[in-house]
Design a protein around this ligand. Structure first.
Ligand SMILES: NC(=O)c1ccc[n+]([C@@H]2O[C@H](COP(=O)([O-])OP(=O)(O)OC[C@H]3O[C@@H](n4cnc5c(N)ncnc54)[C@H](OP(=O)(O)O)[C@@H]3O)[C@@H](O)[C@H]2O)c1
Length: 262
């Protein structure tokens, strides 16, 4: 029997951890990637038992230079053919750019931008040869914005993911490979804490969506070959309205939403 394999980065928590069982329930074998090996192994064991699929893990820091090629080498050692690549691992960081630690910025760019791009490039080769494959890149509602003062690098990195994914989707038309971009709004995961965003109005005012609902929307959109998936009605409205008004106003609103409050 021809089994399908999906690779999910950032599967040790949040949205990635909720995506994994959706694939397993559809009979996909899985390769789960993140740094926290214990959490990955527990998830893999649970999925192996519950769905009788093969779930393997790769422990790797994807925020290092060259991580895309390094993780691809490990994936290829498990299987030469993957059917789905989910580039989900990502981090944010709050604060004015001039106050952010240079190494935090560099790691964020490696993880959110370079590794995602490199892994996509590596995975595409086999997908194109087989004329079949799906790529799900996790961007953010932030990706539609003209900028995020207070989270400048994160917002820019997610605009990159959205722009890059839309462009290669167009390049790949007719190839059998689809690219879907998932753009969640605030979601209940570990993101808020690692991004130090708990004190921002954005996270205080909005009711975050459940990671499970976001994962399901992304999974279903990817299966249907959709271009962009924005989970939640309010988020959809925000995504559509993002391009309508003057950039200067959006930047002021984002400045207020992203400023830390007591
Ligand atoms: N939550 C939100 O409000 C929100 C909104 C829009 C977009 N997103 C996007 O959704 C995606 C998933 O985030 P989440 O919300 O589920 O956050 P999360 O709960 O913090 O999960 C992040 C995942 O990425 C992995 N990761 C982080 N740094 C890594 C590194 N250096 N190397 C390898 N893996 C790493 C983490 O695993 P380890 O720590 O074990 O490595 C974890 O599995 C991200 O791309 C994020 O930008 C989130």
């Amino acid at each position: 029997m021809n089994r399908k394999t999906a690779v999910i980065t950032g599967a040790s928590g949040g949205i990635g951890m909720e995506l994994a069982p959706l694939f397993a329930a559809r009979g996909y074998d899985l390769i789960l990637v993140a740094r926290r090996a214990d959490r990955l192994q527990k998830l893999a064991d649970d999925l192996n038992k519950m769905y009788a699929v093969s779930a393997k893990t790769i422990q790797m820091d994807l925020a290092q230079p060259g991580a895309g090629a390094a993780v691809w080498q490990e994936i290829s050692a498990i299987t030469p053919d993957i059917d789905v690549l989910v580039n989900n691992a990502g981090v944010g960081d709050s604060g004015d750019f001039s106050d952010e630690a240079p190494e935090v910025i560099e790691r964020m760019l490696h993880l959110n931008v370079s590794t995602l791009t490199s892994l996509t490039r590596h995975a595409l080769q086999g997908m194109l040869a087989r004329k079949h494959g799906k790529i799900l890149n996790v961007a953010s509602l932030a990706g539609f914005q003209p900028g995020g003062p207070g989270m400048a690098v994160y917002y820019a990195s997610k605009s990159y993911v959205l722009s890059f994914s839309r462009a290669i989707r167009r390049e790949l038309r007719g190839s059998g490979v689809t690219v879907t971009t998932l753009c969640p709004g605030p979601t209940s995961t570990g993101f808020e804490e690692t991004a130090k965003a708990q004190r921002t109005l954005l996270f205080r005012w909005t009711r975050p969506m459940a990671a499970r609902d976001v994962a399901r929307a992304g999974f279903e959109g990817m299966q249907r070959g959709r271009a962009v998936v924005v989970p939640g009605l309010l988020n959809k409205l925000l995504a559509v309205s993002a391009g309508m008004g003057p950039a200067a106003i959006a930047l002021e609103v984002n400045r207020i939403l992203l400023a830390p409050r007591r």
